[in-house]
Design a protein around this ligand. Sequence first.
Ligand code: UD1
Length: 340
Amino acid sequence: MKILVTGGTGYIGSHTVVELQQAGYDAVIIDNLNNSRIEVLDSIEKITGIRPEFEKFDLCDQPKVNAFFEKHNDVDAIIHFAAYKAVGESVEHPLMYYRNNLLSLINLLDAMKQCTVPYIVFSSSCTVYGQPADLPVREDSPVQPAESPYGNTKQICEEILRDTIKSTDKIKSIALRYFNPIGAHESALIGELPLGIPNNLVPFITQTAAGIREQLSVFGDDYDTSDGSAIRDFIHVVDLAKAHVVAVDRLLKGKNKTSYEVFNLGTGTGYSVLETIRTFEKVTGEKLNYKIVGRRAGDIEKIWADTSYANDELGWKTQRSLADALLTSWNWEKHYRGLK
Ligand code: UD1
């Protein structure tokens, strides 16, 4: 069975390619290398012994998308990761975000209808819930107006999927709403590689520990939480990657209950930013230089997942702890920077 992984050289995509290959699937990647490096293919090959097929092009280019499916007429399912994902950048360049994230999905769905690839797993986000009134957040918790164009593209893409699937019996889909993916492969050969100054917490932590950033800013200590810092549900990227294999399996084996399903992917436990910093210091033995600053615009106070639906229906559960995730992130950072 062959799975097309769009964005397969990216952070979550590369970990998913590894898990797919180790589960016996063939993987073919489409990536325009906008936010990833070609060397990731070497790293994947080092881990699994198998070099995934790779095509470099932009999914916004519809003739190229169609030509891809003519060439690779043995694709059984798609996992669609390729998208822009920086919240702040999306506020500055909304049209760039809408064009890229919407058009790539539209082009894929169009091609799927023509070439009869029936299954697509979509990379969505807990950002669709905004600040939920009730925690933990369930799949049927209300979707709230997005804080950023990035978040809105996830909401609109979910709607595009839902409407398309209503209009045809040729396509079935699962949207996976990720909480906060962190961590890296235990080999330290692949991990998160943000270009420039990281926006997300854990890459900023590891780069600060590595001496690349002078100081970590903690955005806010006056939230209504136990220590005042914001709370997130951090999920290890390898657990997340494994959920994609389960979702693809579910579609291929016809175990899905409806043509369009949505699952939360989180651990079910929230940790505060300060707890995360302390855990990092404890498992790595590194002292972090940080200071408390004001809240970051657009941040929510706290969110964590109700995982019961994903646990019961997918038969999937996270197995790795926050400490595991932070240690692997650190090992990856050290390996990438050539540090001891
Ligand atoms: C954001 C997006 C999410 C997206 C994810 C990955 C929103 C609301 N959230 O998650 O959809 O999937 O990025 O790109 O759109 N923090 C610091 N100092 C830092 C960096 C972060 O204190 O230097 C804090 C933040 O204020 C936040 C927590 O750490 O409270 C997590 O932040 P981050 O890693 O950026 O993820 P989210 O904002 O939760």
